[in-house]
Design a protein around this ligand. Sequence first.
Ligand code: ZN
Length: 138
Amino acid sequence: MKSYTKYLWFNTKSRYDIVNITPQVEEAISESKVKEGFCLVNAMHITASVFINDNESGLHQDFLAWVEKLAPYGKDKYKHNLTGEDNGDAHLKRTIMGREVVAAVTNGNLDFGPWERIFYGEFDGQRRKRVLIKIIGE
Ligand code: ZN
């Protein structure tokens, strides 16, 4: 069995962002030489997400508006912020949007439905943060 590990780094310009990372994941699969197996992609920070959905800008705005409604930013809104941090909202947003995805690799490619793409969801950006890609298979 082959195993391949790669780290991606992000430093988004804005506090909140959604980045299509499908090309980087496809590149990692190609580098891994795995033809049949699985690909795990996870955010390594507890204020960022990795999720699969549609690459449509209106939907991305909808996601950001939706999580803002569920967990609005606010220094005085969260007990977590009593630590001196201001990212209580980002921890909750990360949990809503998910930590990781696992995708099948078939014939050396992501075995996706027609509109599925992989995204990095940032909820406390403007600093360097990491995503792990782990591919296993034959
Ligand atoms: Zn925090």
